[in-house]
Design a protein around this ligand. Sequence first.
Ligand SMILES: [Zn+2]
Length: 393
Amino acid sequence: MGRIVKTTCLLLLGLGVLGFESAEVVYDECKGKPENAVCSEYAGKDAGRAKNVILMIGDGMGVNQVFAARVQANGPGEPLALESLPRRALVTTCSRSGYTDSAAAATALATGHKAFVKDISTSPEGQEYETLLELAQKLGKNAGLVTTADITDATPAAFGAHVPARKERQGVAEDYLGQTRPELLLGGGRHEFPAPLLSRARAEGYAIVYNLPELNRLDPMKSPRVLGLFAEDNLTYEADRPPDSSEPRLREMAGFALERLSRDPDGFFLMIEAGLIDHACHLGKLDKAIAEVLEFNAAVETVLAWMGNRADTLLIVTADHETGGLTIAGDHYQKGDTVKAKFTTKTIPGVPALHSKQRVPLFALGPNSAAVKDHLDNTAVYCLVRNALLPPE
Ligand SMILES: [Zn+2]
């Protein structure tokens, strides 16, 4: 992929009035061996002050997916809630394999280590990298993973499991229940939990729920642990959702997670993923992807309402990688328009679009967010969170 750097982006980055514009698409070079981040470079004056961390990941959500959603929902001049956070950056997503997948990308975010594609928080030699979820647990905090995809899919897995290949879904489920045991696991993937694993979950104190009414009946102040399996595989696309659906939406799962986890006086770590932006982009379906970005944005609004004026919580909203190499033509758009867009990645038979090397946006608010630089590598996101929880070594 050729290097395309629009120089205007460097000028615009500092303005911070809106989110990123479609002209700000910048590509990674992915040359040479990517290195792990040096965490001491990402510590602000208020390092070590975060009681809670909420990391929100739009899987496959590039600058242009956000721009397309903004135009449709708000018009081009009115940022989405997720774009309103005061600190912002463009993030490189290359893996040790060059291009990335959600496994290597989420491993970088969760552990600060560059990985090869398909690896889940594990080195090629089998060494398990400590994840942000495990670090938070060591500090006595509660932890939760929420996704619209299968709960054993690569992004949540990289925070709560260690397996050498992302397809080892049973190994991920077993790590959740036997090794990391987060207080909260909400998503799809019912078929990954056969009866013996469900018995094990109950023995570990998990209340198991399968739909929104059951989730709503749980008292977040009482259930010790919650396993929500709301679909056999991934949850339903927002665009395809029947009006009488009993699946919770991402905003509802986020709201429950905040209520449940915030009862820990030591604080919490929560990862919330919009997993289906990526799937819609692989299919070349921009309308579906926009609906997923807007539901992700609604979940950000839920989180911001919960945060209020509190100064003890770091919120980072970002993506693991961009999907489709989305480009947008024209710029005279109005609210409600569907942008003229094209997925440009080279494809393989049966898959209209692949992951690209576009840098992805990051927005942040709260302790240690002042350490966000205009351009970051994905491994630095780990450092920003780590240093928010603990002063740098
Ligand atoms: Zn993908």
